[in-house]
Design a protein around this ligand. Structure first.
Ligand SMILES: C[S@@+](CC[C@H](N)C(=O)[O-])C[C@H]1O[C@@H](n2cnc3c(N)ncnc32)[C@H](O)[C@@H]1O
Length: 297
């Protein structure tokens, strides 16, 4: 783990939501992910943090939570989320970096990070940032891309791929796109104070041929049945991991949730321009209902 800023997979201006999800024939993946989330996440709570929220594809699935804080590095993704979900006290829109989260300790009683870990050069550093923002006893759902999946194993066996899916090292299959070994994810989670529980394997049938020829509802039903096998073996490209934050269960902190990502001060005061930090005097702008912790004034 280093203190320098790791490179970031920047989605600024990206048409990811539209191209990948809305016009990318990904209904199967979207539906099976929704099932996994529903199975793992407690029905409700006070405040949930969605890390790498993107355009808020999953946010409506957190209905039982009183408040949902969406954080993403890309302002344009957060703007899309705001457009889709609307402005209300329930949703807090934040532009920020998972490596330097702008939140006070124990501000949340649940968190999710879906399809985001696979962009992180320093995944354990990100986990170490998320952990203190959660109260003990709370739930963190982590989705990660699994390098030990059936397709990678077959390709390796038939010498179509040089790297071994059984090697614990993460594999960067494209720039800033990583697949991880489940055992390593487990180790990192434990080291950062999470207690890993159930695993669900997701997207068993992520093959264009199957998606083209088998009715969507059949594929979704089969995937749903097979997800629970993830507790014993993980051979799918995507894994949903349930974790509990270790320690005596507590209550979400009252008052402000903010922490300065530059100087760690908890004294941030709302001004007409944004949140003004008493510690380092930076002002973190709030524009059009979006908190910006990337570009201080
Ligand atoms: C593949 S998208 C997933 C979006 C959403 N979770 C979903 O499943 O639809 C990955 C998201 O992670 C965000 N991201 C990447 N690196 C980040 C970082 N260091 N801090 C915060 N967000 C980051 C990107 O901006 C992008 O919106």
């Amino acid at each position: 783990m280093s203190d320098s800023q790791p490179p970031i997979c920047d989605y600024e201006g990206s048409d990811y939501q539209e191209k990948f999800w809305e016009h990318g024939s990904r209904e199967y993946e979207d539906r099976v992910e929704a099932i996994a989330l529903q199975r793992l996440l407690p029905e409700g709570g006070s405040r949930l943090l969605e890390v790498g929220a993107g355009a808020g594809r999953n946010t409506a699935r957190y209905q039982g939570y009183q408040q949902i804080v969406l954080l993403d590095y890309s302002r344009t993704q957060i703007e899309l989320a705001q457009k889709r979900l609307g402005e209300s006290e329930r949703y807090v829109y934040v532009v920020g970096d998972v490596y330097r989260l702008p939140f006070a300790q124990e501000a949340f009683d649940a968190a999710t990070m879906i399809r985001t870990l696979h962009h992180l050069v320093e995944p354990q550093k990100a986990l170490s940032q998320i952990r203190p923002t959660l109260i003990p006893g709370s739930t963190f759902i982590l989705e990660y891309a699994n390098k030990r999946n059936l397709k990678a194993i077959a390709r390796w066996v038939f010498r179509r791929q040089a790297w071994s899916p059984f090697d614990p090292e993460a594999i960067e299959f494209a720039e800033l796109n990583f697949n991880f070994h489940p055992r390593v994810i487990n180790k990192w989670l434990k080291q950062e104070g999470f207690s890993p529980g159930r695993k669900l394997t997701v997207s068993h049938f992520r093959l264009n041929l199957l998606k083209r020829h088998v009715p969507l509802n059949v594929l979704v039903a089969l995937d749903s049945m097979m997800q629970r096998t993830g507790n014993w073996i993980q051979l799918t490209p995507s894994v949903f991991q349930f974790t509990l934050v270790e320690g005596e269960p507590g209550r979400v902190r009252e008052g402000s949730i903010w922490r300065c990502p530059e100087c760690d001060s908890l004294e941030l005061q709302m001004t007409t321009k944004g949140l003004s930090c008493k510690g380092c005097k930076r002002i973190w702008p709030v524009r059009n209902g979006i908190y910006d912790f990337k570009n201080p004034l």
